[in-house]
Design a protein around this ligand. Structure first.
Ligand SMILES: [Fe+2]
Ligand SMILES: [Fe+2]
Length: 168
């Protein structure tokens, strides 16, 4: 339906597979590679900031209100998806905080303990995102694709492309 949004889902799923590998490495590669693994986790965080956040905004500002207006039966699922966006944003800040603080800690035991918390936080983000994308695909995207009229789809498409180009 809206290729721009659906591509972001594909990219996000790839990045979270990558994040999962990095979190495993953080556990098993130990302190020698801590710096390298934190840097790689930082790259995934960059992707979340630069690609995923704009995607959430496009959904919130355009897709969700549009679908709510044209397909009112999706209202409650959209509220749920919206709440999941908030949950993701909040947990992402926890992840960011740990990622920034770990290298500043002087004691190895504290770095180790915070790294363990970072892993848990990261695994939770992965869980949230996988569930969210699956839900979205099976509800809003699927129903909109099936039930919006061609003229509505093209209006929606134009609004999304237009708002997306404003952020570049
Ligand atoms: Fe979403
Ligand atoms: Fe999405």
């Amino acid at each position: 339906m809206v290729a721009l949004l659906e591509n972001a889902h594909t990219d996000t799923l790839q990045k979270i597979d990558r994040l999962q590998d990095i979190l495993t490495n953080l556990r098993f590669e130990g302190k020698v590679r801590l710096g390298k693994n934190l840097k790689e986790a930082g790259r995934v965080l960059d992707f979340f900031d630069k690609e995923l956040m704009p995607h959430l905004n496009l959904e919130e500002k355009i897709l969700f209100p549009f679908v709510e207006t044209h397909l009112p039966k999706l209202e409650s699922v959209i509220h749920l998806l919206q709440a999941e966006h908030e949950d993701f944003r909040k947990n992402l800040e926890g992840f960011r905080f740990l990622l920034q603080e770990i290298p500043k800690k002087k004691y190895e035991s504290i770095r180790g303990e915070m790294t363990e918390r970072l892993r848990e936080q990261g695994l939770y983000l992965i869980y949230l995102l996988r569930n969210h994308i699956q839900e979205e695909t099976e509800t809003v995207y699927k129903v909109a694709n099936r039930e919006l009229r061609p003229s509505e789809k093209s209006t929606l498409q134009k609004e999304i492309v237009s708002l997306n180009s404003q952020r570049r």
